[in-house]
Ligand binder design. Sequence first.
Ligand code: AMP
Ligand code: TRP
Length: 326
Amino acid sequence: MKRVFSGVQPTGNIHIGNYLGALMQFVELQQDNDCIYCIVDLHSITLPQDPKILKDNILDVAALYLAVGLDPKKSVIFVQSMVPGHAELAWILMCNSYTGELSRMTQFKQKSKDSESAPTGLFTYPILMAADILLYDTDVVPVGNDQKQHIEITRDLAERVNNKYGKTFVVPDGRFLKEGARIMSLDDPTSKMSKSAENIHSRISLLDDANKIKKSIMRSTTDSEGSIRFDSINKPGVSNLLNIYSAFSGMGVAEIEKKYEGCGYGDFKKDLVEVTVGAIMPIQQRYHEIRKSQELIDILKDGAERANATSEKTLARVKKKFGLGL
Ligand code: AMP
Ligand code: TRP
């Protein structure tokens, strides 16, 4: 059994890209691994958050985790800030990281926009992520390609500490998603579907109602050629819709192309609405059952207790290696 760890930020608008790219893998992996899935609220405050909305977003992600099929009997599900070891290990790792390597992180460069008033936490974000992973002796981290640099720095830190203090950490591997699993924005199919894009019709959120889903799909960007075929370079919009259709229907792309030979985009999009709504509504139904329940709170409390027990052992080992405390 391998230890698997991953996290999602509670920043709202969990969309079908997050679902198809990340959450579905989480569910798959829990069958024969020892999985820990975290809601990384400490990461989310690297940029300003409204406290009330943050609280709701945390519970939303937790309820969605369960709604898509994560099973608290198989996986540990918890909220990062409820386990103090994350911040503590992050400090220790920070003292073994270099400002130079953090300055090279593309996510920091993008999000800080070279501003002198970028929060320090945004700069040290990758170290907190390394702490999340190393705290649980993680073997495998399922994440999107955009996280590759963060996995690399986590590995570097683990190896650096191991070399300096003797074997302390497991050096984890990233498990990256296939290119095809990247869901693109509906209004601009050359950029990734994102939680934060201004245009709500650029994404389909897992909590969108059927009407909104219909609007977003029907107005999605295609091209003027009028034929339904996969060609991600020349027809990025249609190719993205084919990917979504395929993921939600279980049909192969070639099979879908064949089915819609000679049809117009309008008919294809109408069917895609049906397929997407059909896949998302059962998730929403479970989400609504769980979201307001005491069971959700109990699951998160139990998850935090279990995560804490493991993290305390790792921290005791680390502190001993570093000569910290008594
Ligand atoms: P984030 O939105 O950055 O919190 O992402 C949570 C997880 O979903 C990460 O593993 C991302 O790589 C993945 N993800 C985010 N956007 C997409 C997308 N458009 N397509 C596929 N996976 C995505
Ligand atoms: N940085 C990740 C993202 O934006 C979220 C994250 C935080 C994470 N800690 C993690 C992912 C640990 C995997 C493992 O998607």
